[in-house]
Design a protein around this ligand. Sequence first.
Ligand code: SAM
Length: 298
Amino acid sequence: MVEALSPGLYIVAGPIGNLSDLSPRAADILCRADVVAVEDSRVSARLLRHAGSDRPMLPYHDHSDEAVRARLVARMEGEAVALLSDAGTPLISDPGYKLVRDARAAGRAVTTIPGPCAAVAALTVSGLPTDRFLFMGFLPAKAKARGDALAEVAGLRASLVFYESGPRLSASLSDMVLALGDREACVAREITKLHEEARTGMLSDLARHYADAPPKGEIVVVVGPPGETPAATEADADALLVAALGRLSVGKAASEVAKATGLDRRTLYARALEIRAISSRMETSGGSEIAATIKEGQ
Ligand code: SAM
């Protein structure tokens, strides 16, 4: 006979890819909870099978209506409710914050069973400073909001950690160069899985690398703190201007790149005008290799 768990909420971290990373304590809680609140029951069913648990599942999201949350909090008075995410630690870019908030407000016991988290795992392999870091989660999808979110943290002397998707990776890395300046960074992909990789380099190099081949799988980007990077070159400035002119007027593009690189704004403005002229010549002639033409110095 398995001993019953004391009532309350149990926040259970699961693996981020490799099932063997489920801790024995997490497996034990999943086997003994009265109910397991999950994001997607198909994903969690696999983990529960792996843990040897036959406990019932209930769907839970922070946008579940208040009544669903209130029922779960009421159950915690006499039952053990485990909270499980599709991957990693609940509440970290995943549901749970409102449930924990309400459980605590109702005086329920809240226990955490810590384990894998992609943000922390990426930091550990990045080779970038870990003494101070800021978890940024997913950047906004819209370019303006993304630029604003990055500008807000550009001056922080801390490593920055972002969750990202393959198709958006290169654009996000270019936006980071513009808003943060070129810095050392690491793209950690498919951590703990078969095709695990951690690629390090300057943000601008990583942006170029992934522009040609958007990667598959799950991704964390870690960006080092500002300050120890070499001054931007003219080639860097050209690449940044091309990217900025895709979104902004000549004046605004020059200002943004001047801020990111520390280069002279008037020189950048003149160069942006040249780039725009080349780009419209190429559009008329049907070409699209703007960057290549610029490199050839036309
Ligand atoms: N709660 C999870 C945690 O503790 O890391 C994060 C959930 S969030 C919805 C999913 C994002 O985490 C993915 O889009 C990716 O950015 C990152 N991620 C999750 N697993 C990963 C892995 N194995 N390798 C790299 N990134 C991962």
